[in-house]
Every structure is written in C-alpha cells, then in structure tokens.
Design a protein around this ligand. Structure first.
Ligand SMILES: *[C@@H]1O[C@H](CO)[C@@H](O)[C@H](O)[C@H]1NC(C)=O
Ligand SMILES: *[C@@H]1O[C@H](CO)[C@@H](O)[C@H](O)[C@H]1NC(C)=O
Length: 224
C-alpha cells in the first residue's frame, strides 16, 4: 500500500512537472536521451578555470555505443549533441559539431574540459545542451538549459572567439515531455533548482501542485 502510494506520488509529480528537467540522484535527466552528470544546476563557476562537463550518452547503460552515431541503425540513437553557453547577451561555443559524440569511444560518459574564457562577465548563464536524436524512430530536438553562474572579478575584452549570434528565447524544440529513461518509480525526483527567481517560483509551484496531487492519491489509496 505504502509502495503504491510512493510510486503514484512520484508519478503524479512527474506528470505535474513535465516541462522541467529533473534531477535524480544528482543526474539531470533531460527530456531527450542525454543525462547530464556535471556540472550541477546552479553551480558557481569561475572564469579562467577549467570545468568538467560530463554527459552520460548511454541512458544509464540502456543504449549500446553504436547508438552514438547518426548513421546508427538502432531505432533510438543520437544525431548530434552540442553545448553552448548562453544568456540574453552572449552565445559561446562549448562544444560544436559531431566531435563530442565521437570522442572517448567505448565510454558511456563524454567529457568536455571547458576552459571558461576570461572574457565572460560575471552573471547568470545557461549551459545549454542541444540534442538532435531519434527515439523509437521518431525525430526529436531537445534543448536543455542548465542554469549556472559565473564569477569573474577581472573580465578581459569582449568575447569574439567561438561567439555565435544570439537567438530569441524560448527556442523552438520538439522534445518528449519527460526523459525516456524515467519510468515513474523514482521517489527522489526533485524539480530543477534554478539561478533565477521566476524559475525558483515555478519549482515551488510545481512542488505544491505535486503535494496536492499526492494528498489526492493518499485519499484515493486509503479511503476509496
Ligand atoms: C535560461 O533558460 C531559461 C529557459 O529557457 C530562461 O528562462 C532563462 O532566462 C535563461 N537564463 C539566462 C541567464 O539566459
Ligand atoms: C547558439 O548558437 C548555436 C550555433 O549557432 C545555435 O544552434 C543556438 O541555437 C544558439 N543559442 C542561442 C540561445 O542563441
């Protein structure tokens, strides 16, 4: 009975929070195939230092390595995985092109040793992961903005290298409502923490709605 309650509560939370990526045991489950291991959402990073960006491309071991190539014959596979640092003012390349999926062959986790350029001013940014993939033969384009903040006490001249034009937000995507790797049995799902107040509020609202649904589930489980 208790187990039923927990799984139903977890499921309802997931249904309620479908628009948000979720963190389970420290991993960020995007609404696509990728699972981000690091950095953690809302991390404070420092310009001039190197940050490890780690992305699990195996769906926690559910995909075989040949699913990492656009030419894959698997019904579920990646086409392209790119990472950019974005804000209303800048859009800098962290990893562009097919390299990320091709590197570290045989490893389920792909790493970027990201040297944070000293041209980046202090402030809030998104480390945005763009995933193009096929999931059960259907094409998807999933954008995952991971909120981070960067500290820089001595910014150098404005960023020009690896700089791309900034596109309007929110950007158009076609993604699943939730990660295909989450089955609703996870009881530790927490909504995405965020560096911005409005997003934090959305998180609270989401939790609150989840609670209301959970109470409803308790009622149904015990009294009906
Ligand atoms: C990060 O992305 C979210 C969702 O698109 C957006 O609401 C937020 O303003 C972005 N933050 C920054 C600093 O660009
Ligand atoms: C950043 O630039 C890349 C490459 O041009 C583009 O695909 C992406 O949509 C851009 N993102 C934003 C938020 O401007």
């Amino acid at each position: 009975m208790l187990l039923t309650f927990f799984s139903l509560a977890a499921l309802s939370l997931q249904v309620v929070c479908t628009s948000a990526q979720v963190v389970v045991n420290g991993q960020i489950f995007t609404n696509g195939l990728a699972i981000i291991d690091s950095p953690a959402p809302s991390s404070t990073l420092h310009a001039g230092s190197t940050t490890s960006v780690a992305i699990d491309v195996s769906g926690d071991g559910k995909l075989t390595p040949d699913a990492e190539a656009p030419s894959s014959t698997q019904s579920t596979h990646y086409d392209l995985l790119e990472v950019y640092l974005t804000s209303p003012e800048v859009n800098l390349t962290v990893s562009q092109g097919p390299g990320l999926l091709q590197q570290e062959q045989g490893s389920t986790v792909k790493h970027i040793n990201w040297v944070i350029d000293t041209c980046i001013k202090s402030g809030n940014y998104n480390l945005t992961v763009y995933e193009t993939s096929h999931i059960q033969d259907q094409p998807y384009f999933t954008i995952t903005p991971l909120p981070i903040s960067i500290e820089n006490s001595n910014p150098t001249s404005s960023c020009t290298a690896q700089s791309n034009s900034v596109q309007p937000l929110p950007q158009t995507q076609s993604s699943l409502a939730t990660s295909p790797w989450l089955d609703g049995s996870q009881t530790s799902i927490v909504p995405y923490p965020s560096a911005t107040a409005s997003n934090a509020f959305r998180g609270v609202a989401c939790l609150w709605e989840g609670l209301v649904v959970a109470v409803g589930v308790v009622y149904l489980t015990y009294w009906v």
